[in-house]
Design a protein around this ligand. Structure first.
Ligand SMILES: NC(=O)C1=CN([C@@H]2O[C@H](COP(=O)(O)OP(=O)(O)OC[C@H]3O[C@@H](n4cnc5c(N)ncnc54)[C@H](OP(=O)(O)O)[C@@H]3O)[C@@H](O)[C@H]2O)C=CC1
Ligand SMILES: CC(=O)C(=O)O
Ligand SMILES: [Mg+2]
Length: 655
């Protein structure tokens, strides 16, 4: 039940699982006054522990939002967490919603205008203000300002706080998450794709303050030191990129930071992982983007990308520093690496670290779930159908592998036979046996016997797929002819245009519905508005890994997992697919709406945690297993669901 000693590092800041570390001694940050807070926190946790002893599943390390209660409700931080400092701390600042009592208790009198605005009203005011910006990038910047943790000087802050009529300059993290959670369908496209893509492209010009950790080649040999500079000590999820394949926009080098920041905002808003437990990291090994290298505002190293030994030594050092500093239960999510590194890194680290590649595994889970749901309209099981991928990289082959695994689990087919139902097209055309000698390893399993075909239309006509899945990052590659060909082969063609952002989408929703005369089951990576065609309204699905990774990460955390396996990814897909109801299917939807994403995430988390537990000591640390051992008789998935839902709902109440 207790976190194992081996996970601690010199007495500081190791993350371990189970109940004991929830007392929080090991995650005090340097600016927290220690003993009084420790005692108070212990009392709060003891109270929770009594509650949890009737339901031990309700209480473990993911419960850390309680930290917040201690800090903000108790007048225990004296001046260290009061007055200016409190207003300048986005994590604890409540802005105009500090009550009269809190203003007295925290030395805030006079620092705020006299009015007390309750959070709902603050939220309404902010939403109105965000909506006033017509340009999506301005909305993005306004929201990021609200979230930002690193602050401007106190004088400037007070000036802004007291003089900013829009209220948008307030740094108030809990308001940011409340706004996001309550308006997820409206704000997701702002903090995430497509707008985050533009933000990364312009990151150098719009950069105001650091939002994550930058680890560059200059820090080689000192990465542990760099990690220790981050103010939070108890980290549960890291999203890391090296910026080489940012969405479908290519190499954006150090400016890729917008992606880990955006993904982790969703981890908190949609998956209940406490913001302070999330760490965005960009590894800067240079960039091959000539435009950036010549841009005077570029924020990264001005050199070509390091490769080979230099690159892999830096990554090795990073992984071992992460483990040393945060223990073995920190989830490292690789994001938007180029495929020549992504597959190799996943293979290399998955045996000994808790790693997850969102582009390969998260995307696979979301698409498999969508296919399972779509087949409820189309008919037949996965093994009865043929799948054609346009794009044979991380997303394409990641999905292909999970679909093959699902087919082999559901039917009498072996995994190799299942792979025969899947075809890939890459930049050189259909992946066929005669190309085997020059193919990257991850494509070889799909090099089937067939004559070479160069173009997508030719491949569609020859392979006659049920589903066409685009992940090449090539805009408008699903032409009218391609969609018409799919429609002539299938009554209900499944067409997924996964490439992000919107500018790279293989086709628009309107094109898919009109060219298929309303028959397509369509999903896209970035959102499209509903389309009216022949007096009927079609609601496109958003086939994006954002459905998966927040719940997946939460599942890993509540299980105290130490490894990610394919079965856990499959469980996540099933956890999403089972939430698509007949009502959704009747409306042509292949995913439940994002408006209920927190419920979706709780279900996915429960499925993933259950699977990790089923897999036993390979996936879950021995200490967590011991904790679960005596519960073997009970319905474990239900307990995990309750736990996940509690974390997600408590997070919303407490932040
Ligand atoms: N919706 C979602 O949740 C997700 C969407 N994506 C999107 O998918 C896209 C691809 O990502 P990812 O798989 O990681 O990228 P990769 O670079 O790993 O793969 C891209 C693939 O597209 C192929 N390709 C490139 N140009 C062409 C072309 N003209 N014709 C045919 N094939 C081509 C490449 O061929 P070759 O191998 O020959 O170079 C490669 O196989 C991106 O836009 C990304 O945003 C990614 C992850 C999740
Ligand atoms: C969604 C995502 O992860 C991507 O486009 O890379
Ligand atoms: Mg990605």
């Amino acid at each position: 039940m207790a976190g194992s000693g081996e996970e601690k590092n010199g007495g500081v800041a190791a993350v371990s699982g189970g109940v004991e570390d929830a007392y929080g001694e090991d995650r005090a940050t340097e600016d927290q006054p220690s003993h009084a807070v420790g005692r108070l926190r212990r009392q709060v946790y003891m109270g929770c522990f009594i509650f949890s002893s009737t339901c031990p599943w309700c209480f473990n390390q993911a419960q850390a939002p309680f930290d917040y209660t201690v800090k903000i409700v108790m007048p225990c931080h004296f001046r260290a967490f009061s007055g200016h400092s409190l207003l300048r701390d986005p994590r604890h600042n409540k802005g105009l919603s500090f009550t009269e009592k809190e203003r007295d208790a925290h030395y805030l009198r006079g620092l705020l205008p006299p009015i007390v605005l309750y959070q709902e009203l603050q939220e309404k005011r902010l939403l109105q203000n965000v909506r006033q910006f017509e340009v999506p990038l301005q909305r993005y910047m306004a929201l990021m300002d609200l979230q930002a943790r690193t602050l401007i000087s106190s004088d400037a802050y007070t000036f802004i706080l007291l003089n900013d009529p829009s209220g948008l300059q307030e740094r108030n993290e809990r308001l940011f998450y409340k706004l996001l959670v309550d308006n997820v369908e409206e704000l997701l496209p702002v903090v995430y794709t497509p707008t985050v893509g533009e933000a990364c492209q312009k990151y150098g010009s719009i950069f105001r303050r650091p939002q994550g950790l930058y680890i560059s080649l200059k820090e080689k040999g000192r990465i542990l030191e760099v990690l220790r500079n981050w103010p939070e000590k108890s980290i549960q999820v890291i999203v890391v990129t090296d910026g080489e394949r940012i969405l479908g926009l290519g190499d954006l080098g150090c400016q890729g930071m917008g992606i880990p920041v955006g993904k982790l905002a969703l981890y908190s808003a949609l998956g209940g992982v406490r913001p302070s437990a999330c760490l965005p990291i960009t590894i800067d090994v240079g960039t091959n983007n000539e435009v950036l290298l010549k841009d005077e505002f570029y924020i990264g190293l001005r050199q070509k990308r390091a490769t080979g030994q230099e690159y892999s030594e830096l990554l090795d050092e990073f992984m071992s520093a992460v483990r040393q500093n945060y223990g073995q239960k920190v989830l490292v999510q690789f994001e938007d690496f180029a495929n020549h590194n992504a597959f190799a890194l996943l293979e290399k680290y998955r045996e000994n670290h808790l790693v997850f590649n969102d582009d390969i595994q998260g995307t696979a889970a979301v698409v498999l779930a969508g296919l399972i749901a779509a087949l409820k309209s189309v008919g037949g099981s996965l093994g009865d159908h043929t799948f054609l991928f346009f794009g044979a990289g991380e997303a394409g082959t990641g999905i292909a592998e999970l679909v093959a695994l699902a087919i082999s689990r559901q039917s009498k087919f072996s995994i190799d036979e299942a792979r025969n139902k899947i075809w890939l097209v890459d930049s050189k055309g259909l992946v066929v046996r005669s190309r085997e000698g020059t193919l990257q390893p991850f494509k070889k399993r799909y090099a089937h016997e067939h004559e070479p075909i160069k173009d997508l239309l030719g491949a569609v006509k020859a392979i006659r797929p049920t589903a066409l899945i685009g992940s090449a990052g090539v805009a408008r590659s699903f032409t009218k002819e391609v969609v018409e060909a799919m429609s002539s082969i299938n009554k209900r063609p499944i067409i997924l245009a996964l490439s992000n952002p919107t500018s790279q989408s293989e086709c628009t929703a309107e094109q898919a519905y009109s060219w298929s005369q309303g028959h397509a089951i369509f999903g896209s990576g970035s959102p499209f508005d509903p389309v009216k065609y022949n007096n009927k309204v079609f609601v496109p699905a958003q086939a994006n890994n954002a459905y998966i990774f927040p719940g997946f990460g939460l599942g890993v955390v509540i299980a105290g997992a130490i490894r990610v396996t394919d079965d856990m990814v499959l469980a996540a897909a099933e956890g999403l697919a089972e939430q698509v109801t007949l009502e959704h299917i009747d409306k042509g939807l292949i995913y439940p709406p994002f408006s209920i994403i927190r419920k979706i995430s709780a279900n996915i988390a429960a499925r993933v945690a259950e699977k990790a537990y089923d897999l036993g000591s390979f996936a879950v640390s021995c200490s967590s297993l011991e904790f679960y051992q005596h519960e073997k008789q009970v319905h474990i998935v239900l307990l995990f669901y309750v736990q996940a839902w509690l974390v997600i709902s408590l997070a919303r109440k407490i932040w």
